[in-house]
Design a protein around this ligand. Sequence first.
Ligand SMILES: *Cc1c(COP(=O)(O)O)cnc(C)c1O
Length: 375
Amino acid sequence: MSVLTQNATPGVLSLEPYKPGMPLDELQRRLGITDAIKLASNENPLGPSPKVKAALADAIANNDLALYPDGGGIKLKAAVAKMHGIDASRVTLGNGSNDMLEFLGRIYLGPGRASMFSQHAFAVYPIVTQSQSAEAVIVPALPRSHPTMPLGHDLAGFRKAWREDISIVFIANPNNPTGTWLPAEEIEAFLDFVPKHVIVVLDEAYWEYLDPALRGDVRGWLDQYPNLVVTHTFSKTYGLASLRAGYALSSPEVADLMNRVRQPFNNNSLALLAAEVALSDQEHVRKSVALNNSERDRLEPELKKLGLSWLPSQANFLAIDFGRDAAPVHQALLQKGIIVRPTASYEMPNFLRITIGTPAQNDRLLKALTEILAG
Ligand SMILES: *Cc1c(COP(=O)(O)O)cnc(C)c1O
């Protein structure tokens, strides 16, 4: 180990880089095919709204790409604020919603401090924690045998494991890679429990997929709990993962702190424009969610016929349990030109996380699984 590595902070030294899935063109090159499909990263299989594509084409043709973007993101913030019925001073924009998780880590974590999150929770929480040389308090998930929410977040366990040095709690609702969710009353009771100086991040990357009957009163919570930060993304339902845009809703005080640490131009102008236009096309969101739900309803009985089980999901993916090491199934799917997400790094080696695709993509997945499981 060279002195350069030795001299890195302890947190960074202990970090393992986030492993993204294999890109589509890489698999196509390897297999010599042109029709591979990617059901690995929970993107919207319909892509963004057609209005977004038109606006981007127009912007590239007419706008000066040499100019810096609007560093305040004024128009997008106003659109987000309007949609949520809150003041724009409560909105922070990020280069993907991960950007905001990073800001909060920089503001509130460091040596001698800790974050808390669930086992099997989103991979970025440990990365943010370790990169600040802070400690992670990882709460065991509910058991696989739990009657309603196997491998879900256990908020009672969060309380039991509470420590004075915790300064951020990350809750993913619904969670990735499990798809599990929390009843709104449980989240609210937990917000009542958490000390007022501790930030609670409610990561709602899959919020649009969450059944409206299961959603909490986020606007009311923001008024009541100044330590609450809710994050949303344009990468999933809005179909804009490539452009990197997300936002946080919080108290103006916390938004001010996030604005101090963010890079001045963290959102590029095309991302700002695309996100604003995407928000204005809620019909596309409805269409995307409806397709996801009908395809999930169609996939589940077919998976059952194959003898498989899966975790309950309120997102656009299913964590499928193969009852044994799923790595060979992952490899066999790759050979058939289908990229899915292994979850061994999430302590779920028997599972694969599979994004719900278009009807044609899902048919191809089912056919491939049928062949693979028949041996
Ligand atoms: C995909 C995802 C995000 C969003 O990431 P972006 O940086 O906005 O692309 C955040 N949280 C969870 C749980 C996710 O699955």
